[in-house]
Design a protein around this ligand. Structure first.
Ligand code: ADP
Ligand code: MG
Length: 461
């Protein structure tokens, strides 16, 4: 389609949209939108922010499709953020601004510049410093371990092995070690990279016959931060290479920090000698944050980004998104972007609408009540049907309470939803069950252990 016709078509389409939506809504959601490409059956439209893309896709796609079919040809519509790949890119203001890198102790400009340059050279993100890492019961031990390593690298905890689910702060914590060292020591060589990159560079080095510089690069590091080592699984030659890198660094008393999405001995297809090396030093696990920590993280991010969000909003997000701090941030970004785009005050109802896909995603990613009931029934040797039945003998009632307790702990379901899944009981019954189980656990270490084990098995799927 010629440029002129395309321009005309888009002008017509905009006119229609403006009439349908009203001027205010049109401006709010289509400001900066462009018809990038168009043929007889398709139209590609770019918008300045991912928020606009998401909003239009979820709410206005039919309107838009009609509008760009105004010449009588019915077109499928695809939306994209302008400047491909840019997450919040474009002309609109976004509330998400990275906080400045950790303040260098030396304040002369040249030192600041030098520190910044070294941060980039090391492969670190400026915002992943200790100062922006919120400590909670879920990560206290890992944070303390990382801090000790930053204070005395190569000394005691070598390697430091951090593991835990996606979005729980492994990369952040690992990079914070690098920042702290760069800030303190003028000459320390910090090198951060994902495990996958190590494997790719290694293959590339073989292909180009340049193994020597490859090896030197890694073996010269004083601190090697290798992220997501589970990606070495099944790559035998990369593992062999890393085995030698590892030994060379440890022999030279250099510090190694590793992260993985699971404990070393659970990484399938990882050579036993690497597993045992990974377990040599100190292992620390990051767990999903509790509600208090989630609230603290949201408040901290809002402050860093310079956006104001009310308590209601913070609690809404913290209540709905429990298992991934990256998603927690994503939800906050979206609400803050919406607030700045629309000028509207954000309320509970609006949160629910704006965050629908986040909340659904969260539900999918967590353990289902159903799987808890199955596992608990199996464990206590009662029938699955008894989880929802009205029968009350103690040998059934107690397992049922345990399952409710676990559902409360491990899923985002509300008390009412849990009650519903257990044969339409009310929320008071669920609350009572949780209390009862907690009380009994206090005085009964075997029960405590048994439940911890159940929880562990469930979370491993
Ligand atoms: P992982 O590597 O475990 O997948 P990341 O380190 O990438 O997780 O963390 C995901 C996001 O959550 C990052 O933006 C990080 O800054 C943030 N984050 C994680 N844990 C914390 C925390 N305790 N305090 C503040 N931000 C956190
Ligand atoms: Mg990571």
């Amino acid at each position: 389609m010629s440029g002129a016709i395309q321009t005309e078509l888009w002008a017509d389409a905009c006119e229609r949209l403006r009439n349908r939506l009203g001027s205010d809504s049109f401006t709010r959601f289509f400001d900066g939108a462009r018809l990038e490409a168009c043929d007889e059956g398709r139209a590609l439209i770019t918008v300045p922010s991912d928020f606009q893309q998401w909003w239009i896709e979820s709410n206005l796609l039919d309107e838009l499709r009609n509008a760009v079919s105004c010449d009588g040809l019915s077109r499928e519509v695809r939306l994209q953020v302008a400047g491909a790949g840019a997450q919040n890119g474009g002309a609109l203001p976004t509330p998400h601004q990275a906080p400045a890198a950790e303040k260098p102790v030396v304040t002369r400009n040249t030192s600041v510049e030098r520190y910044r340059r070294r941060v980039v050279e090391a492969g670190l993100k400026p915002e992943y410093v200790f100062g922006s890492f919120v400590i909670g019961t879920n990560n206290r031990f890992a944070q303390a371990a990382a801090m000790s390593v930053a204070k005395a690298p190569g000394d005691n905890y070598n390697p430091l092995f951090l593991h835990g689910g996606v979005g729980l702060g492994k990369t952040h914590l690992m990079q914070a070690i690098g920042h702290k060292l760069l800030r303190r020591e003028k000459r320390v060589r910090v090198l951060y990279l994902p495990g996958e990159q190590f494997a790719n560079e290694f293959i590339e080095a073989i292909r180009r016959n340049s193994l020597t510089p490859f090896r030197e690069r890694y073996r010269r590091a004083d601190v090697l931060l290798l992220d997501d080592v589970q990606f070495l699984a099944g790559k035998e030659r990369s593992q062999e290479e890393f085995f030698h890198t590892f030994n060379a660094l440890l022999d030279g008393q250099k510090q190694i920090v590793l992260t993985s999405d699971r404990p070393a001995n659970e990484i399938k297809n990882l050579e036993p000698r690497l597993v045992s090396r990974f377990e040599w030093g100190l292992t620390a696990e990051l767990q999903p944050p509790d509600e208090e920590t989630r609230v603290a993280i949201l408040r901290k991010k809002a402050e860093e980004w310079g956006v104001s969000v009310g308590d209601e909003v913070v609690h809404f997000i913290a209540g709905g998104i429990r298992n991934n701090i990256r998603r927690l941030e994503g939800a906050l970004t979206r609400l803050a972007t919406y607030a700045s785009l629309s000028g509207e005050k954000i309320t509970g109802g609006l949160c629910e609408r704006l965050l629908r896909d986040f909340l659904q995603e969260e539900k999918r990613s967590v353990i289902s009540i159903d799987s808890i009931q199955r596992r608990v029934a199996e464990h206590y040797d009662v029938r699955l049907a008894d989880m929802a039945s009205k029968r009350r003998p103690a040998h059934i009632a107690f397992p049922r309470q345990v399952a409710m307790y676990l559902a409360r702990k491990m899923t985002p379901a509300s008390l009412a939803e849990i009650g519903e899944s257990f044969g339409g009981r009310d929320h008071g019954t669920v609350l009572h069950a949780c209390k009862r189980v907690e009380e009994r656990m206090q005085g009964d270490s075997a029960l405590r252990l048994g439940i911890a084990r159940l929880q562990d098995e469930l979370s491993r799927g």
